[in-house]
Design a protein around this ligand. Structure first.
Ligand SMILES: [Zn+2]
Length: 440
């Protein structure tokens, strides 16, 4: 058998025993609690919960005594309510990618930035990156952490970084060819776009590129899509998880085995909780990811509700790392519909629609009450070609969609076929769900 060389940045920590990891977490959590008390926000919250200081955190399970923090809390604390150091200590500000309302911002001291870069470098190393790589970062530079926070981590690892930022595909391709880019960081949809651009190009062929790996995140995507990109571009695609509130894209990362994302437990405490009861789910079951950052001075964040749904993958990873792995995210709690007691995600319905030929790009999910029961209706626009077709063909499409959806969500939906252009088109983010049960 071939021995695979497994790259580490800090093997001792990355492969530490559970006891050691938990000891690090307990000590860091106590420090963060003490530190958080310096903010107006947490001193009030902790007082309500009867937490007076680190002495109240005796074991890791005492984390359950601490209150949650939400995105709404961050907005209320805007701009400086969660700052735990004098403003003169802050060297960088980032903000969430939200497009409306008050932004959620984070602050970093130089020490915070150094640690964030180290976490990012560790993540890239786990994915097989090294100082020999030429990394082109196609994420937006600016308030979004996918630009700068990724960039500094890649530099710290020693790679040559090309900060092209997002867009300008022809220039991206030129640099990839001229510099011999080996690794790129981009959203899944942009990776597909790059592939089409290579296919259409007269001047550049796939063989002209040295590309081996892509790091992708920022957009939810399925395992099928990963496979499609890997096959199309002939590269390895690594999934990662991050959020600006948690210092950006290096929170959890896939190692070379690409079987779930190791969450760096010496720097974060990850809890997976039932979103209704906020109690821990059984090991391996899906729930809401709640994160506590253990390595930030400027702005502590305790038990932050990410609203993302995932699960821990049980068992050890072939790489030897002991930090637990998060599975691919299945959706967000704020998107979830409960229909006659069954959890349904709009993304599941979309999945069926996207893979069915003849279906257009616009649809609407309607949930309403009929008597005591919930009724799910999916209104689907079809393509002009399909609309011009025989009624039998359209009926067959309706039956097909119904059967496919029922197999996936276990609920029998009504399917209403609509002519092209008949559903309302909203500006900006499309409205895909109309829950009429709440409008009573
Ligand atoms: Zn691993």
């Amino acid at each position: 058998m071939d021995t695979v060389s497994i790259p580490f940045r800090d093997k001792e920590i990355e492969c530490a025993s559970r006891e050691k990891i938990e000891a690090i977490q307990l000590e860091a959590l106590r420090r963060q609690v003490e530190h958080a008390l310096k903010t107006d926000f947490y001193s009030k919250r902790f007082a309500k919960a009867g937490i007076t200081g680190p002495q109240d955190i005796k074991t890791l399970s005492d984390i359950s005594r601490l209150p949650f923090t939400t995105k709404g809390d961050l907005r209320e604390a805007y701009p400086f309510g969660l700052l735990a150091v004098p403003q003169s200590e802050v060297v960088r500000v980032h903000a969430s990618s939200g497009t409306t309302g008050t932004p959620t911002v984070i602050y970093l001291t130089q020490k915070d930035l150094d640690l964030a870069s180290d976490t990012m470098a560790r993540s890239l190393t786990a994915a097989g990156g090294s100082k020999n790589d030429i990394i082109q970062n196609m994420m937006t530079y600016g308030l979004f952490t996918g630009g700068l926070c990724f960039h500094y981590g890649a530099e710290l690892m020693g790679a040559m970084v090309i900060p092209t930022s997002a867009g300008n595909t022809l220039r991206q391709l030129k640099f990839m060819k001229d510099f011999g880019t080996t690794m790129i960081h981009a959203t899944p949809s942009y990776l597909l776009h790059l592939h089409s651009a290579i296919e259409e190009s007269d001047e550049l062929k796939r063989e002209d590129l040295r590309l081996q790996k892509a790091i992708t995140g920022a957009e939810p995507h399925s395992e099928e899509l990963r496979q499609k990109i890997q096959d199309a571009l002939g590269i390895e695609v690594y999934n990662c998880f991050g959020m600006s509130e948690m210092n950006g894209p290096g929170v959890a990362f896939e190692c070379i085995f690409r079987s779930g994302m190791h969450v760096w437990e010496d720097r974060y405490i990850a809890e997976i909780l039932d979103p209704d009861t906020m109690e821990p789910v059984a090991d391996g079951e899906t729930g809401e990811l709640v994160l506590t950052i253990l390595c930030r001075d400027a702005m502590p964040l305790i038990r932050y509700r990410t609203r993302d749904l995932t699960r821990f993958i049980p068992g050890p990873c072939a790489c030897g790392r002991t930090h637990r792995r998060l599975a691919r995210f299945t959706g967000r709690t704020d998107d979830m519909l409960i229909i006659n007691g069954v959890n349904v995600f709009p993304s599941q319905i979309e999945e069926v629609l996207l893979k069915t030929p003849g279906v257009g790009s616009n649809y609407l999910i309607v949930v309403e009450k009929t008597g005591a029961l919930d009724k799910l209706t999916v209104q689907v626009e079809i393509t002009p070609a399909m609309f011009a077709d025989d009624a039998r063909v359209i009926n067959a499409l309706r039956d097909h969609l119904k059967a496919e959806m029922q197999a996936l969500i276990t609920i029998n939906p009504a399917i209403e076929i609509r002519q092209p252009g008949s559903l309302p088109v909203s500006e900006g983010k499309a409205k895909r769900v109309e829950d009429r049960r709440t409008a009573l």
